[in-house]
Every structure is written in structure tokens, then in C-alpha cells.
Design a protein around this ligand. Structure first.
Ligand code: PGA
Length: 246
């Protein structure tokens, strides 16, 4: 079964640096049996549309607006991203939830916008350390998923990838054990089952993110009910990221 391995660049690299990155990265992953994704700054989308055409690497944005068009200075719309050949957009990354106080309702609007132009969504969900210590992880994920996926038709779930990213594991070098990730992925599938159906719960793509690197990735990918990885810091080194995709 192919895994979906996505690198999230966050606010890193100029287009010039990104071009050099691709020159190094693409030959290393050209025979990858997995689906490789790059979640890149908006400014890189045009370059990606030129350099990644007819490669096995897909790309997408890290966010989109809740709005379609108009007087929204500083925002980027679903169509602008789609127009540059993006395959997906990230939505609900914890850094955006926190810094811009993004709500689950706004995330729901973004998902609906993305799906309306055939952009897949990588929906990030995850608990804080405090929520985890209070044994509230499942409850938090349930709320995030129920609101974010509200109003979706079941057949739209094929365009949703759920990224389980415990907030305390992002960029910290800490992460849950393999068993804990497996259990949480199970919980996520149970929530999808309750909202939709057994079939959707089994089929939906669920990936893990948070302090993944080339030393721990193989172990995490052994988790049976997990379909891939979302990688931040470690994807900035093209050799390390290529190793992970292998
Ligand atoms: P990290 O980030 O791999 O640097 O922990 C993951 C993410 O934020 O998507």
C-alpha cells in the first residue's frame, strides 16, 4: 500500500533556495513507491507548477482563505492555489489555529472552499500537552473533526487526509509512542465511523506529524492503520526527506 509522505516547509526558503532544493531532491525520489507531497509557501507555487510537472511529486499550499474573492487584503483563495496546479492545501495547522486564532468553524469553511475547486485537504488535528495530560485527546479530536467535517458528503472524504499532529510533538523532538499513535489513529477512525460509516472509517487517509525524522520514520510507518507522514523540520534537508520517503 502506498504511503503519503508530505513535507511541510512552513515559512522557510526563498524561491531560489527552493529551486536548488528541487534540483537535489527530485532525482533522489524519482523511483519512490510512495506518494510524495510538498506543502510550500504560496510564493513557490508557480515554480512548483513548472518544475514538478510530470514528476511523481505533488504539491500544495499551507492554507487558503475562507473567502472566495474580494476585499480580503493579504489572503489567497482556493482558486488562486488551484490555478497554480496545487493538488492539496493544508488546513487547520496548529500554528495557524494558535497564532491567528483560527476556529474549527473557519477550518470547515476552508475545507468546503477547497473541495469546491477539487483541491484535496490535509486537515490537521491534535491536542495540547495539557489536554493530553487530562486524558482529553479523543474528546478534543472529536470536536475538531466534527466541526471541520460538518456538512460534507461521504463521497467527499476521499479528498480529505487527516493529519494527527499532537501540538506538543511539533518541533519539540518529543512524540507519542508507536502504540499511542496507533490507538489515536483508531480513535480518529472511530469518530469518522460515528459521523459517516464503517467503510469511510476504514478508507479515510490518516497520517501522523510531529518530530518525524529519518531515524524514527520507518518505525512509525509500520503502524498498520496509518497511511503516511507529515514532516516539518526534517523535510528542509532534501537528503533526509528523500530518505524518509524511501
Ligand atoms: P515537525 O513539524 O516535523 O518539525 O515537528 C510538523 C508539522 O508542523 O507539520
Amino acid at each position: 500500500m502506498k504511503k503519503f509522505i508530505v513535507g511541510n516547509f512552513k515559512m522557510n526558503t526563498t524561491t531560489h533556495e527552493f529551486a536548488k532544493y528541487l534540483d537535489k531532491f527530485l532525482p533522489l525520489v524519482k523511483d519512490s513507491k510512495n506518494v510524495v507531497g510538498l506543502s510550500i509557501p504560496y510564493t513557490h507555487l508557480m515554480l512548483a507548477s513548472q518544475k514538478l510537472v510530470s514528476t511523481n511529486v505533488v504539491y500544495g499550499s499551507q492554507n487558503i482563505s475562507t473567502e472566495e474573492k474580494g476585499a480580503f487584503t493579504g489572503e489567497i483563495s482556493n482558486l488562486m492555489v488551484k490555478d497554480l496546479g496545487a493538488y492539496f492545501t493544508l488546513v487547520g495547522h496548529s500554528e495557524i489555529r494558535k497564532k491567528f486564532r483560527e476556529t474549527n468553524e473557519q477550518i470547515n469553511q476552508k475545507i468546503i472552499r477547497a473541495l469546491s475547486v477539487n483541491l484535496k485537504c490535509i486537515l490537521c488535528v491534535g491536542e495540547t500537552k495539557t489536554e493530553r495530560n487530562a486524558n482529553k485527546t479523543k474528546q478534543v479530536l472529536k470536536k475538531q473533526l466534527e466541526i471541520a467535517l460538518k456538512g460534507l458528503y461521504e463521497n467527499e472524504l476521499k479528498n480529505i487526509i487527516i493529519a494527527y499532529e499532537p501540538i506538543w510533538a511539533i518541533g519539540t523532538g518529543k512524540m507519542p509512542t508507536v502504540k499511542e499513535i496507533e490507538k489515536t489513529v483508531c480513535d480518529i477512525r472511530q469518530i469518522v465511523l460515528d459521523m459517516f460509516s464503517q467503510k469511510s472509517a476504514e478508507k479515510i487517509c490518516v497520517i501522523y506529524g510531529g518530530s518525524v525524522n529519518q531515524n524514527n520514520s520507518a518505525n512509525i510507518l509500520k503502524i498498520k492503520n496509518l497511511n503516511g507522514l507529515l514532516i516539518g523540520g526534517a523535510c528542509l534537508d532534501p537528503v533526509e526527506f528523500a530518505n524518509i520517503t524511501k
